[in-house]
Design a protein around this ligand. Structure first.
Ligand code: GLC
Length: 565
């Protein structure tokens, strides 16, 4: 394949996602902050990443970790000030790093001024900023379940038979995007941030913007008598006009990076990420929830095989590269740690962590590395449900108990799936609180394995997971002779056994072969051509007559050697 793909700065980036509350505390209050991130910029530059995505740092009562915004134009004091934010954008820029913020416009906090005014005066213009509906004889308009459990309708205090819609927690009322005033408010706010020099946004829960509200009691799909809300609010016809409007009036003008949290069906993908798509890229969700049922209960784990994982990855890769550009991730703030999700306990070690790194970093699209993933952080075992902070964890735990599980069983599921598994403090050193904070009390427990897993130690060890990630990131850098093929090369699957995932990346006369043996047994791969090894997580036997011998949990990248005629 020839290089026909248009080159763009956002395609050539490696993104590092920061959960600010847990990254670095600079003022000793037990909570991470923006100055802490500024202090750690040299670490990020050294890692080689060139974009940072910050989870929300806006003013917020923190009901849902900051995804409940009470003022889009202010930084929450727990994270610092607007001056800190400006300094972060500037100092990161000096190191060649652009900052993305989270854009949360499906809902605000119930403490946002707009919602407060809407409640205080039903005749105010802000009433129409949200979705208020009369109930049916004091009951909600329908039996939709919010994503965080319980009814999606909350009674309005001091008004009878009146409800407001919240797809997430009741402290996150949904905005009414049908109202042009709401759209204009959002457009103005986005431009305000972009004019500050922001690189772009990760766009939260965006497919929920348009609602098809129907009254009635629909067939329940859970013990709670409620029904999954997605059918009425996900990707409803007409949403494209709004998405297009935002893009034209904000992002496009600034050549901004936009990545949407949007699980888009194949037939609509080009509308989203094609040449004139609404976003520059969307996340690939196809395999990250492979272990949970569609209805989303963490405690009803579905069985999966490596073959299914491989098929999901490959199908999505082929569809995405046909339609536009993709965003790849193994972990984020809504997921447990990848090593716990994808590997059996007895094989959760540095070798398999590096194997996962190869698998994901070499795919076609922009890689997103979540803080701590690059040092191989893992899930945390909490002693009690009260140790968890995350709103979704408390909801899932309650539902697990409701389904008949014992508290111990339910807690075991939270260990596997809680979002707090990835929100524990970043492990910098083997000192107090893993070097995250010098406070005596911090907002969420540190994983006790920080004595073995921490940045300081891994920096000194040539063979660490951290140094392995650095090599993979380097492949995409300006200094690498493999840059073009790693970023723009077409992905072509290679035939292999069910537990080997193999693919090529090809551009012009350059070709890489990526091989992952996702099993505890040795395996083999045959392929034509002559290859040399660039990166591998294990010592590999010599390739003899096109036969690659692959020890258990191998992850390796080879480059094709051109045969001179
Ligand atoms: C997104 C965020 C998640 C948040 C939700 C509601 O899914 O990633 O953390 O809880 O939106 O805003």
């Amino acid at each position: 394949m020839k290089l026909t793909e248009a080159k763009e700065w956002w395609k050539e980036s490696v993104v590092y996602q920061i959960y600010p509350r847990s990254f670095q505390d600079s003022n000793g209050d037990g909570i991470g902050d923006i100055r802490g991130i500024i202090e750690r910029l040299p670490y990020l530059a050294d890692l080689g990443i060139n974009v940072v995505w910050l989870c929300p740092v806006y003013k917020s009562p923190m009901d849902d970790g900051g995804y409940d915004i009470s003022d889009y134009y202010q930084i929450d004091p727990m994270f610092g000030t607007m001056d800190d934010m400006d300094e972060l954008i500037e100092k990161a820029g000096e190191l060649g790093i652009k900052i993305l913020m989270d854009l949360v416009v499906n809902h605000t906090s119930d403490e946002h001024e707009w919602f407060q005014k809407a409640l205080a005066n039903p005749k105010s213009k802000y009433r129409d900023y949200y979705i208020f509906r009369e109930g049916i004889n004091g009951n909600p308009p329908n039996n939709w379940r919010s994503y965080f459990g319980g009814s999606a309708w909350e009674p309005v205090p001091s008004e009878s038979n009146m409800f407001y819609l919240h797809a997430f927690s009741k402290k996150q009322p949904d905005l009414n995007w049908e109202n042009i005033a709401v759209r204009n408010e959002c457009i103005q706010m986005i431009n305000w941030w972009l004019e500050k020099g922001l690189g772009g946004f990760r766009i939260d829960a965006i497919l929920n913007l348009k609602k098809r509200i129907e009254y009635g009691v629909f067939p329940a799909n859970g013990e709670d008598g409620l029904v999954f809300i997605g059918h009425w609010i996900l990707n409803q016809p007409g949403i494209e006009e709004w998405l297009n409007e935002i893009d034209e009036l904000t992002f496009k003008k600034h050549n901004a990076f936009t990545v949407a949290e949007a699980d888009v069906p194949e037939e609509r993908l080009s509308e989203y990420i094609g040449e004139n798509g609404h976003f520059r890229m969307v996340f690939d969700f196809s395999y990250t929830d492979i272990d949970t049922p569609e209805t989303g209960e963490w405690f009803k784990q579905s069985k999966w095989t490596v073959k299914e994982l491989k098929d999901k990855i490959m199908i999505n890769e082929l569809i995405t590269q046909r339609n536009g550009w993709g965003a790849k991730y193994l972990e984020n703030h809504d997921q447990p740690r990848s090593i716990n999700k994808y590997l059996p306990q007895e094989y959760q070690d540095d070798r398999s962590k590096k194997m996962l790194a190869v698998l994901f970093m070499m795919l076609h699209g922009t890689p997103f590395i979540y803080q701590g993933q690059e040092i191989g952080m893992s899930n945390i075992r909490m002693d009690s449900i009260t140790d968890y902070n995350d709103i979704a964890t408390h909801d899932q735990y309650r539902r697990a108990l409701l389904s008949g599980m014992s508290p111990d069983e339910a807690l075991e599921w939270m260990y596997r799936r809680s979002r707090d598994n990835s929100r524990t403090p970043m492990q910098w050193t083997n000192q107090k609180n893993a070097g995250f904070s010098n406070a005596d009390e911090i907002w969420l427990k540190t994983n006790p394995n920080y004595h073995e897993i921490n940045v300081e130690q891994e920096q000194m060890d040539e063979t660490s997971v951290l140094n392995f990630y650095k090599k993979l990131i380097y492949l995409r850098s300006d200094f690498s002779k493999y840059k073009e093929v790693t970023i723009y090369g077409e992905l072509v699957p290679v035939e292999s056994s069910d537990t080997v995932i193999a693919y090529k990346r090809i551009i012009d006369d350059k070709e890489l072969l990526i091989v992952v043996n996702f099993s505890d047994a040795e395996d083999q791969l045959f392929t034509e051509g002559c290859y040399e090894q660039i990166i591998a997580n294990v010592e590999l036997p010599k390739i003899v007559e096109n036969k690659f011998i692959l020890p258990a949990y191998t992850g390796a990248v080879f480059s094709k050697i051109l045969e001179v005629e």
